[in-house]
Design a protein around this ligand. Structure first.
Ligand code: SAM
Length: 220
């Protein structure tokens, strides 16, 4: 469970060690990891356990009441964010897949967080643009189609309160961001996104080598 290929920059041994020395996934999270792995290769889309622990901690640390995620899949990241919210907190989840999010819904129910989660099945840009343009979001996570990253970021930033956080997954793209021979659509999109935020004076930004690379942005 802990030998995740996405953490390509640390050995399997070091990765297992760091997961074991953070808050571990509980029984429900472990069951969700196992059920997702049964889907086959696509399970690589699930966030890493240490990333989930980090997101719960961060969401709680900034007193998040209103959160949003783009890219829900089988619901692991949403479960982790929801656990960092108070009972009155809300998380909007954006995804296009009824099939994958049906798994998510079952686990949210088991974990007792479904009341906090509002899942919207539609292209994420439509869901985002339908939200009021008020700075009400405290916390957001972007983890969907890479060519959409800049647009998701821009729509979220308009709706994020000053001091609010955005986390963005896969920003190292298994190291292809620094491979000059990698020029596929996904890699180019991730590089464009990384360049876009690095020079954006509206935010403070740090890229962390967590799993496949996690950028943390704070709105000024
Ligand atoms: C990398 S997975 C998300 C993994 C998830 N965060 C987790 O912890 O398991 C990406 C998800 O984005 C969704 N997706 C792709 N394009 C989308 C779009 N245009 N709008 C909304 N969701 C989209 C896919 O259906 C998929 O479930």
């Amino acid at each position: 469970m802990t030998d995740r290929p996405k953490s390509f920059h640390v050995s399997a041994e070091v990765h297992a060690y760091l997961v074991q020395h953070g808050t571990p996934p509980d029984e429900i999270q472990r069951a969700l990891i196992e059920e997702t792995q049964k889907l086959g290769g696509i399970s690589i889309m699930q966030i890493a356990p240490e990333q989930g622990a980090f997101m719960t901690l961060l969401a709680r640390a900034i007193g998040t009441r209103y959160a949003l995620e783009v890219g829900t899949f089988t619901g692991y990241s949403a479960l982790c964010i929801a656990r960092g919210l108070p009972d009155t907190g809300r998380l909007i989840c954006c995804d296009v897949s009824e099939e994958w999010t049906a798994i998510a819904r079952r686990y949210w129910e088991k974990a007792g967080v479904s009341e906090k989660i509002d899942l919207r099945i539609a292209p994420a840009l439509d869901t985002l643009r339908a939200l009021p343009e008020q700075p009400q979001l405290d916390f957001a996570f972007i983890d969907a189609d890479k060519p959409g990253y800049i647009a998701y970021y821009e729509e979220i930033l308009k709706r994020l309160r000053p001091g609010g956080l955005i986390l963005v997954d896969n920003v190292l793209w298994l190291g292809r961001v620094v491979d000059a021979s990698a020029n596929d659509e996904q890699t180019l999109a991730i590089r464009d996104f990384n360049n876009h935020v690095a020079r954006d004076s509206r935010v403070e930004c740090v890229m962390l080598p967590v799993s496949d690379g996690l950028t943390l942005l704070r709105k000024r």
